[in-house]
Design a protein around this ligand. Structure first.
Ligand SMILES: [Zn+2]
Length: 388
């Protein structure tokens, strides 16, 4: 049970889950600079193979560098299933703007269960690190970045609050070049998944930031054919509460876009009502993998959902090019596929003939690698759309 020791402090070290998205509990100390925690299982795990991800912070309370061992204690055998990358300690540590390579242990020093795992760290003088097995930036930090970007380009970007979560956290849109008449342009929409541990919002922001860096000549050329908009934070409460499939009411937003259930989910209703005012021609949704045996790839949706031959042909071309870019890897969603038929992509494609794709990144890749990847994905799509 989660009788929740969410903080631990001794003379050397302060461990806490009282940070945004923090979800580790039951911190314990063992002899020899060894500390442990239990990862919290996700309330939405029945929808996915993602039993949990963990996030907490560790602070060196001393002036001297400190060596520590951190052990995750799995309390049931299946807990690491699908989490092979978690056993690979290179992705254990994520601290915003700061990636640090941990030292791999030859074997676990706390053998709480056969499936526990550890990393060794050297913390610098008074250093604080956020430790997570996923790339999970905080909602607050990302909101700041989204607002900063919008403030930097007050006429070129329009930031709009399009709704709020049950805990009253805003969901945003950023429309590029809002003053031009976009009615005859091909509208592109980019957004991040409502699964907070998959850094979809961050990936979307990376696309926007690189788009802005391209400068006036690129934008002018782009704007002759296209308009573009971004939506951020499909699940703000989940980001804040450290869940990976649900919002603060325990609702799975990602698989609940069908009409009946959609009507009762606050975030989805707000987003859907906003999007369909001017439905996009193309929607790209950013996701990520964490599993060792998975690589970046698109998720494509059934072309039978598109009634026009022209749209079907374009969708096929888009898929082919993205699959080629992803070394042949793909996931194909089928007509009426359980769960996936109730995603935003499927519903937009079926009801508004939007060409929709999800793109899976990977949390083991570095931020600079991911930055390049998202721009290449966007460029591939643009290249195909230009030739249509
Ligand atoms: Zn996903």
């Amino acid at each position: 049970m989660e009788t929740a020791i969410r903080e631990f402090r001794d003379r050397k070290i302060f461990l806490t889950s009282e940070i945004e998205g923090g979800n580790a509990y039951d911190f314990q100390k063992f002899p020899g600079g060894v500390y442990s925690f239990t990862p919290k299982r996700d309330p939405g795990e029945e929808y996915s193979s993602q039993a949990y991800y963990f996030k907490f912070s560790i602070e060196n309370l001393q002036k001297d560098p400190t060596d520590v061992t951190i052990t995750a204690i799995a309390n049931f055998d299946e807990i690491w299933k699908g989490w092979q990358s978690s056993i690979h300690p290179t992705i254990w540590i994520y601290s915003p703007n700061h990636q640090k390579q941990p030292i791999r242990l030859s074997s676990d020093r706390v053998r709480a269960t056969p499936r526990s795992m550890s990393i060794n760290l050297t913390l610098r003088s008074y250093e604080t690190l956020i430790i997570s097995n996923m790339l999970t930036l905080s909602y607050t930090k990302l909101v700041n970045e989204v607002e900063n970007v919008a403030n930097e380009y007050p006429t070129f970007l329009k930031l709009t609050e399009i709704g709020r979560s049950p805990l009253e956290n805003p969901i945003y849109s950023i429309k590029v070049n809002p003053k031009i008449d976009s009615s005859n342009l091909f509208k592109i929409l980019i957004g991040g998944t409502s699964q907070p541990n998959e850094f979809g919002d961050y990936a979307s922001l990376l696309v926007l930031q690189q788009f802005l860096k391209k400068g006036a000549e690129f934008w002018d050329d782009f704007s002759t054919k296209f308009s573009i908009e971004f939506i951020f934070f499909q699940n703000p409460d989940g980001m804040i509460q450290g869940t990976n499939m649900v919002n603060s009411k325990g609702e799975n937003l990602f698989f609940s876009w069908d009409n009946d259930r959609n009507s009762s989910l606050k975030e989805n209703t707000a987003i859907w009502d906003y999007i369909i005012i001017e439905p996009p021609n193309f929607y790209l949704e950013m996701h990520s993998f964490f599993q060792d045996h998975k690589t970046i790839r698109p998720y494509t949706f059934p072309i039978e959902l598109l009634s026009e031959k022209r749209d079907q042909r374009l969708y096929t071309k888009l898929s082919k090019n993205l699959i080629k870019f992803s070394n042949g890897m793909k996931e194909e969603i089928h007509i009426d596929q359980p769960y996936f038929k109730d995603t935003l992509c499927y519903q937009l494609m079926e009801k508004h003939q939007t060409l929709c794709m999800q793109y899976k990144l990977h949390s083991r890749n570095s931020i600079s690698h991911t930055t390049q990847t998202v721009w290449k994905v966007f460029s591939e799509i643009l290249k195909t759309l230009k030739r249509r």
